[in-house]
Ligand binder design. Structure first.
Ligand code: KIV
Length: 286
């Protein structure tokens, strides 16, 4: 039986039923398959790939073409999760027309099911035009990494005088404009709670406390790929960085010691099995 795809309507129903939404970032087909099969409801092809995949210090260099490429790979790896494509820096900030054209490209060329953009009331018109054109939009307020230089770094937002009111106004403006969900990044937990209780659309928190309707983490962070990186809001659910290094160490020593590959992992000229069966038939490809 074909798996039922999570849609923006499923997410709204989850909020209404009080069921938490589990969202993670994904950048390639293999990880997307694992996260999808692990039960993540939403996979965000985040522009965080500029940092964790490309090795940049910020998300700013990521291009629309790169996002579309990664979105295509992630969509191919999933059967159930809703896939969101992040709009990269300066692909929607210059004008509503620019945002419309580029969001359209991400949907058409990337194959994702919705787009995410950073910022609140300032993008209300763009959100409303995109939604009218049939493109679902996820909002993102609080710490918006594309404003890294304007914010003076990756810092908790909303603690300043008027910060709570500004965030609430942004969340309301996005809801009115038609977003189907809002990411709340790095804001005090009680402000996130108030926003979550105020808006009818699901809130997805990252460093925003437990009251949000769902949570998102960068998958590389929650899998412990970088053992030197552990901000307070990240919980490591695995330590894959160490696991990978141990596996590589074992491989290196078996290659050097001549114990890999064995005869069973090699081919002989007159072997019947090797000529009759496809090379990759035993690795469980779908
Ligand atoms: O780019 C990203 O991964 C994100 C999440 C951290 C929300 O925007």
């Amino acid at each position: 039986m074909k798996t039922q795809r999570v849609t923006i309507h499923t997410l709204r129903q989850m909020k209404e039923r009080g069921e938490k939404i589990a969202m993670l970032t994904a950048y390639d087909a293999t990880f997307a398959r694992l996260l999808d099969e692990g039960g993540a409801d939403v996979l965000l092809v985040g522009d965080s790939l500029g940092m964790v995949v490309q090795g940049n210090d910020t998300t700013l260099p990521v291009t629309l073409e790169e996002m579309a490429y990664h979105c295509r790979a992630v969509v191919r790896g999933t059967t159930r999760a809703h896939v969101v494509g992040d709009m990269p820096f300066m692909t929607y900030q210059a004008s509503v027309e620019q945002g419309m054209a580029n969001a359209g490209r991400l949907i058409k060329e990337g194959g994702c099911h919705s787009v995410k953009l950073e910022g609140g009331a300032v993008h209300a018109e763009l959100v409303s035009r995109l939604v009218s054109a049939g493109i679902p939009v996820m909002g993102h307020i609080g710490l918006t990494p594309q404003s890294y230089h304007q914010l003076g770094g990756f810092k908790v937002q909303g603690r300043e005088a008027g910060g709570r009111e500004r965030l609430l106004a942004d969340a309301r403006a996005l809801e009115e404009a038609g977003v189907y969900a809002i990411v709340l990044e790095a804001i005090p937990a009680d402000i996130a709670r108030e926003i979550t209780e105020t808006v009818s659309v699901p809130t997805i928190g990252i460093g925003a406390g437990v009251a949000c309707d769902g949570q998102v983490l960068v998958s590389y962070d929650m899998l412990g790929m970088d053992e030197t990186f552990k901000p307070r809001f990240v919980r490591r659910f695995a330590t894959l960085g160490n696991t990978i290094k141990e596996a590589v160490g074992a491989y290196v020593s078996e290659v050097r010691g001549g114990s890999f590959p064995s005869d069973a992992e090699s081919f002989a000229v007159n072997e019947v099995r090797a000529t009759q069966s496809p090379l990759y038939s035993t690795v469980g490809k779908k």
